[in-house]
Design a protein around this ligand. Structure first.
Ligand code: SF4
Length: 465
């Protein structure tokens, strides 16, 4: 199969779509998709919903009225897996009431053998499971379930490939995800992703550019390029290319839109990529660079392939002649063997770099990863203590940075009415800062300028001008 699903297979799935449509259309059947996990999963769920709609299902947000229920699972933490299983458990009652209901489980959790077995043997009402690499085969799985074929637990996702032409049903009309690559080669010792999403596979540049052009023509204003490590984009393609070349091509597309990248690995952050980020106003406003730990010892145990010196040199380059860039990062606390001294080193980096915000995680052992069987696991209470300290330190920094915006004018993309405050709209800057403002008109999905009058740890507040 190589890295790309061949035309024969895509045609076969298109036939299944037509066959399901014949069985479903005109009956008002509804489909519900529950999504857990990261942006990649949200993007996958948009493709699942797009496919279900193509087959004649009406997408609903009310699980109680659904004829097909799907859970798109996450495996990154123990809590996410427990949550997925509890949602699948909840669906049992619907099937008990109506045996014709179809239940499918997909995503990272269901790509693991032990979880697949659990779903097969302990959740008898689940009709099929598949991993992230078999998403394009959803029509076949649904068709078989509708025809009461045997329950199916896919293992093909162990060799996942790229399927072009699976159209997403996008949740937003102005913010979009565009996957540029799938999988990961890095095997960080704490991470399950390479085991459940396979090795790195890049989409062809022409396919990515044509998707972005289409989105911009449709009025999309904020596009996030997705991949487990976008910095290594293109290395696996026959016609070698890289992320810098992709960004340079994107910058030639006409229109007013922002580009974000999620997520990147410091070991692959080349000077060429940094220059490409800085040279375009579409990308120069924000960069997310996961640090994970400020201790070289722990970085080595995590198999991250960079040290603090290298990491800080990237930050310096990103900020050189580009001081306004907002920087965000990921931090894991309580990795096995992390001493108080190691933890203090992480805090020192946080204070030194002064990130706009951080995504902090308590280390969660993942079955099958090297870190799960390392000695010196940190007790839960200690992990939580460190997590709380980290959040307190970062909150002070975020507030201080946010307060420095008071009096400035910020360009924002409006997201709509605030859920909690009547007459208040919410929006984001290019650097992902949340900005609330009062307004009588609905400018959702458009760029506006807001004068910042107030700020706290988590948001800016202002007046539209
Ligand atoms: S780079 Fe490391 S943390 Fe990120 S997906 Fe790959 S293995 Fe996981």
């Amino acid at each position: 199969m190589g890295n790309f699903v061949d035309v024969k297979e895509l045609n076969k799935q298109n036939k299944y779509i037509q066959n399901v449509k014949l069985l479903v259309e005109g009956r008002g059947l509804k489909a519900f998709v529950y999504t857990l996990g990261c942006q990649q999963n949200e993007a996958d769920s948009e493709k699942i919903m797009g496919t279900l709609q193509k087959m004649g299902y009406i997408i609903t947000e009310n699980e109680e009225e659904a004829d097909i229920l799907m859970v798109n699972t996450c495996a990154i933490r123990d809590h996410a897996e427990k949550r997925a299983l509890s949602i699948v458990g909840r669906f049992k009652h619907y099937k008990a009431k109506n045996p014709d209901i179809i239940i499918g489980v997909c995503g990272c959790m269901s790509a693991q053998e032990h979880q697949r077995e659990k779903l097969k043997h302990s959740y008898h009402y689940v009709d099929f499971t598949f991993g992230t690499g078999a998403l394009h085969r959803l029509p076949e799985f649904v068709y078989n379930a509708l025809n009461k074929k045997k329950r199916y637990f896919d293992i093909d996702s162990d060799t996942p490939a790229i399927a072009e032409g699976v159209d997403p049903l996008r949740a937003s009309s102005y913010r979009a995800w565009v996957s540029i690559m799938y999988g990961c080669n890095n095997f960080c010792t704490y991470c399950i992703v390479p085991y459940v999403r396979g090795r790195e596979r890049s989409r062809k540049m022409e396919d990515i550019l044509s998707e972005i052009k289409d989105l911009v023509n449709k009025g999309y204003k904020d596009i996030t390029l997705l991949g487990q490590n976008v910095n290594s984009y293109g290395k696996d393609l026959e016609e070698k290319t890289n992320i810098a070349a992709l960004l340079n091509e994107i910058s030639k597309i006409e229109g007013e839109f922002w580009i974000h990248l999620m997520t990147s690995h410091p070991k692959d952050a080349s000077d060429e990529m940094i220059e490409a980020i800085k040279s375009s106003p579409r990308t120069s406003g924000h960069f997310h660079l996961p640090l994970q730990s400020g201790s070289d010892e722990i970085l080595k145990k995590m198999n991250r392939h960079y040290d603090l010196e290298k990491y800080l040199s990237i930050i310096e380059k990103l900020r050189k002649d580009n001081e306004k860039i907002t920087l965000t990062t990921d931090i894991i606390v309580g990795f096995p063997n992390e001493s108080e001294e190691d933890f203090q080193k992480t805090l020192e980096v946080i204070k030194r770099v002064k990130y706009d915000s951080i995504f902090s995680f308590i280390y969660s052992p993942r079955k099958g990863t090297p870190a799960a069987s390392m000695d010196n696991q940190i007790p839960e209470s200690e992990k939580h203590r460190r997590y709380d300290i980290l959040c307190d330190v970062q909150n002070d920094i975020s507030r201080e940075i946010n307060e420095s915006y008071i009096g400035t004018v910020q360009k924002v993309l409006v997201d709509g009415k605030s859920k909690n405050n009547e007459g208040v709209y919410t929006s984001r800057t290019q650097g992902n800062k949340i900005v609330h403002f009062e307004c009588e008109n609905d400018y959702t999905g458009t760029f506006k300028n807001v004068k910042i009058t107030r700020a706290d740890t988590f948001a800016l507040y202002g007046e539209i001008i």
